[in-house]
Design a protein around this ligand. Structure first.
Ligand code: OAD
Length: 251
């Protein structure tokens, strides 16, 4: 477990109103790859050719099979110590908001009470015709271990329309409720915690927190020292449990 030396003001704030922003790095210890970097989900691939409305219109089979692979990973994955630590922190803090750009189901599986999902939910489908959002027909994806063989096999809605993953693609708006939660909480939180995101698609939330003079804790192996940021350069699954221990011990 990581050794933390946090000042008393920060520890007091962590029992106050806390905003947590998570990205793909928090799920690495659960066996889910990140998007960027070596072995990332985009490695060798153009994201726009996989995660955009145009890609889905032109190559629905390729796009669905990429998501089917990630859905199968998500179905098999279990939350790790970092997800569990956030559930504990939620119990210690006076106010707690969790906003993630992850589409995996691991925060919910760990027991986080409310998860705002900026980029949607890979365990749901949405109909292109009637727009109905439904939980994923899981057996269908488990049975299709090799992926869908042709377009006729792709999932359709009861209305006959084509289903797509209920996720946010490049060129689309992030989830409204999650954006609204960020707008509502950022100005009033005592501390922000950013975990496991490269910040490439982050809507500037962390930058706004710092600009407002609110302390930000950044947990990421790539975290660097910068003004207003407590950089914990390491893995979420090590640092988040240590952070929770430090908060517990601070009374
Ligand atoms: P990225 O793949 O861009 O970044 C993952 C971050 O996790 C990197 O900064 C790593 O250093 C860090 N990391 C790796 N292992 C870690 C660990 N064990 N603990 C903590 N951090 C670790 O993923 P995101 O920033 O989440 O959007 O990507 C944001 C968005 O870009 C995604 O939601 C997706 C993608 O395009 C859409 O699909 C619209």
């Amino acid at each position: 477990m990581a050794d933390l030396d946090l000042d008393s003001d920060l520890l007091r704030r962590l029992r106050g109103n806390v905003l947590v922003l998570t990205g793909a790095g928090i799920s690495v210890a659960s066996g889910l790859p990140t998007f960027r970097g070596n072995d990332g989900l985009y490695e060798g691939l153009n994201p726009y050719e996989l995660a955009s409305p145009d890609a889905f219109a032109e190559r629905p089979l390729t796009v669905w099979n990429w998501y089917a692979m990630r859905i199968r990973q998500g179905i098999g994955a279990q939350p790790n110590a970092a997800h569990h630590a956030l559930v504990e922190l939620e119990g210690l803090a006076r106010g707690f908001t969790l906003i993630t750009s992850n589409v995996d189901p691991l925060h919910e599986r760990a027991g986080s009470r409310r998860v705002y999902k900026l980029h949607g939910d890979i365990m749901q489908t949405r109909c292109l015709s009637c727009r109905r959002i439904e939980p994923l027909d899981i057996p269908r994806f488990i049975l299709n271990r090799e992926g869908f063989a042709n377009e006729d096999e792709l999932p359709t809605c009861q209305c006959g329309g084509r289903l797509r993953p209920n996720v946010v693609w490049f060129g689309e708006y992030p989830n409204y409720e999650a954006m609204e939660a960020a707008q509502r909480t950022i100005p009033v939180v005592d501390v922000g915690i950013e975990v496991g995101t490269s910040g490439v698609v982050s809507y500037g939330f962390s930058e706004i927190i710092v600009a407002l003079g609110t302390p930000l804790i950044r947990i990421n192996p790539d975290a660097e020292v910068e003004p207003g940021v407590t950089a914990l350069a390491g893995a979420a699954e090590e640092f988040l449990p240590s952070l929770v221990d430090a908060v517990r011990a601070s009374r």
